[in-house]
Design a protein around this ligand. Structure first.
Ligand SMILES: NC(=O)c1ccc[n+]([C@@H]2O[C@H](COP(=O)([O-])OP(=O)(O)OC[C@H]3O[C@@H](n4cnc5c(N)ncnc54)[C@H](OP(=O)(O)O)[C@@H]3O)[C@@H](O)[C@H]2O)c1
Length: 312
């Protein structure tokens, strides 16, 4: 399914002939606007060609500007990069989808997107407040729209040429199967948390069978310690193969047939995280045998994200 032996330039084909996604993706979930700008520039310079954004990250403007400057300085064209953004929970009502997409596009200063994702399957009360809550602090969900209705609105925008590929994020296998059964355009990509402590094997297999790219976020376990970065199996392999623990984790993700998103915030980390290569088979198998199980991000259970700029 993935078409190059060099992990740094590997690309995954998207279903329906919708182009190719570079499997090494840079995630832009960075709360500080200045760091967003410098990290996006550094990622582009290090070689990343896939950028994952979201209206909820509240930094599409900074990402867009950094990409505009970076493409011009690096002699790159828009077609040389792959850009995704995501529809937020407060925009699930079908009549809000196109407006939300156009607003993201304008902030990103782009004239097309490569991929548009529904950020989570949870609809929140529609409106300008991205985090609507009752006086007790409970999320105000919107029971007036189904995920399938939002999906149909996404399909309509594909028909109108707004973007070529659509997908889902923060879904479970049980939650996603009904969409596959009813959708006219199947999800091209599913973005979920995944690392050796949360391999999501069944969902990965489901994606392979359905011609869907499995896009792993938090491949370093959100950088949390203790976590996969400090796992003794990972550290031992890193020492043995002369790579860093981060490089081992990212290589494992690509080697098992997923695309990934990582968020290095400095130029040195961007170069490190881009410079990955296949692991020896025995090392790959050893990682597959890790038994620890841990999810770091609870967004899949509530639609309310962790690790994200809060406030209104
Ligand atoms: N769909 C969703 O709901 C969802 C949720 C979360 C994330 N995402 C997407 O996925 C992207 C990646 O997620 P993530 O931020 O959790 O990725 P990650 O790469 O697993 O974790 C990033 C953390 O790892 C650390 N790190 C990065 N490179 C490192 C290295 N070489 N050695 C040691 N530590 C390193 C960073 O620390 P420093 O800050 O110190 O560099 C940062 O704290 C996000 O930016 C976003 O685009 C999507």
């Amino acid at each position: 399914m993935i078409d190059s032996s060099d992990f740094r330039t590997k690309r995954a084909p998207l279903s329906r002939g919708a182009g190719y996604m570079p499997v090494l993706g840079f995630g832009t979930l960075i709360p500080d606007p200045d760091v967003t700008t410098s990290a996006t520039r550094d990622a582009l310079q290090a070689g990343f060609r896939h950028f994952d954004c979201a209206e909820r990250y509240r930094n599409e403007g900074e990402v867009g500007e950094a990409l505009r400057v970076g493409l011009a300085t690096g002699g790159l064209a828009r077609e040389d990069i792959f850009v995704t953004t995501k529809l937020w929970n407060t925009n699930h009502r079908p009549e809000r989808v196109e407006r939300a997409f156009e607003a993201s596009l304008a902030r990103l200063k782009l004239n097309y997107l490569d991929l548009y994702l529904i950020h989570t399957p949870y609809a929140f009360q529609p409106g300008d407040d991205q985090d609507p809550r009752d006086p007790n602090g409970n999320i105000l969900y919107d029971q007036g729209v189904t995920l399938l209705e939002t999906w149909r609105a996404m399909e309509n925008l594909v028909d109108h040429g707004k973007f070529r590929a659509i997908g889902l994020s923060d879904v479970t296998l049980a939650g996603v199967a009904p969409i596959y059964e009813s959708a006219r355009i199947k999800p091209a990509v599913i973005q979920v948390e995944s690392h050796p402590y949360l391999p999501e094997r069944e969902l990965l297999q489901y994606c392979k069978v359905n011609d869907t790219v499995f896009l792993a976020f938090a491949p370093l376990g959100h950088g949390m310690r203790p976590g996969p970065l400090e796992d003794p199996v990972i550290s031992a392999i890193a020492a043995r193969v002369g790579k860093t623990p981060a490089q081992v984790l990212l290589a494992w993700a690509v080697q098992r047939g997923t695309a990934l998103l990582t968020t290095p915030r400095t130029a040195a980390r961007a170069r490190e995280n881009f410079d990955i290569a296949a692991l020896p088979d025995d090392a790959f198998d050893e990682i597959n045998r890790i038994q620890t199980r841990q999810r770091f991000n609870a967004v899949v259970k509530t639609g309310s994200p962790g690790f994200i700029p809060q406030g209104r």
